[in-house]
Design a protein around this ligand. Structure first.
Ligand code: URA
Length: 244
């Protein structure tokens, strides 16, 4: 997607205000959007990138709405974090052809059966910054296990679990037991199958796993599984803030 040509109004509004295309379409139809001071009711009208949008008491230049994008997706199960896969549905299949006109990539990976907060972006630099081990961004998951989680696991996770087969010690993780078989786990490493492996080391299997938070950014509770939306600049900065 380039900022040097005319674009449909609904697309401009979605980009500028972090709305889904459907919501952008609807607010335009209802007369809430003006372009250079005039209310425009046609979502398909092509508008210039130099035009000024106005909605919800906020003025935004169209071109500024086409900055690099970061989407929050509520990843469904049975879907892999890859651009292509011979056997499974991939995350990119969820995005409309228009949204993925520029190269979008997942920010890190969730397993095929893990659901919840996945970031997808066309900003390679930001992607690297979020996934770099140096950033040590906290990722929080809700895990359902096959057996009761012993209280001793809290301390074991905090110390850093040693994985015998991998001959590695995992970094300290925070475990909060919510119910017998339900826990909140916060990790900073982002290793392959990290949460499942931590539980395996104490003899438990993870039956369900959902990511709910990255840094201080929470999964939007109004996003159903398989839905996505753009993040605002304020939300992007939350990724780098410590967990609240
Ligand atoms: N840890 C896992 O085990 N799986 C994921 O998908 C993410 C973290």
């Amino acid at each position: 997607m380039s900022a040097n040509k005319k674009q449909r109004l609904d697309k401009c509004v979605a980009h500028a205000y972090g709305l889904t295309r459907n919501i952008a379409f609807s607010v335009i139809k209802q007369g809430y959007v003006s372009v250079d001071g005039e209310v425009v009711l046609d979502p398909s009208l092509k508008i210039d990138v130099d035009a000024q949008l106005s909605f919800d008491d906020q003025d935004i230049k169209v071109a500024d709405g086409f900055k690099k994008r970061v989407y929050m997706l509520n990843k469904p199960t049975a879907c892999v974090c890859a651009d292509k896969d011979a056997h499974n549905r991939v995350v990119m299949d969820i995005f409309t052809a228009e949204d993925k006109a520029d190269t979008l990539h997942c920010v890190g990976r969730l397993d095929i059966d893990t659901t919840g907060l996945l970031l997808v972006t066309d900003d390679g630099e930001l992607n690297h910054k979020i996934t770099s081990p140096k950033s040590a961004i906290e990722k929080t998951y809700i895990a359902v296990t096959d057996q009761k989680i012993p209280n001793s696991a809290i301390e074991a996770f905090a110390r850093g679990i040693h994985h015998k087969e991998e001959k590695k010690r995992y970094k300290s993780a925070k475990l909060e037991i919510l119910e017998d078989n339900l826990a909140k786990v916060c990790v900073t490493e982002g290793r392959f199958h990290e949460v499942k492996r931590l539980f395996e080391c104490i003899g438990l299997n993870v039956l369900e796993l959902k990511r709910i938070q990255i840094g201080s950014l929470y999964l939007d509770e109004y996003l159903a599984e398989g839905e996505y939306r753009l993040l605002s600049d304020d939300e992007i900065s939350k990724i780098f803030q410590h967990k609240e």
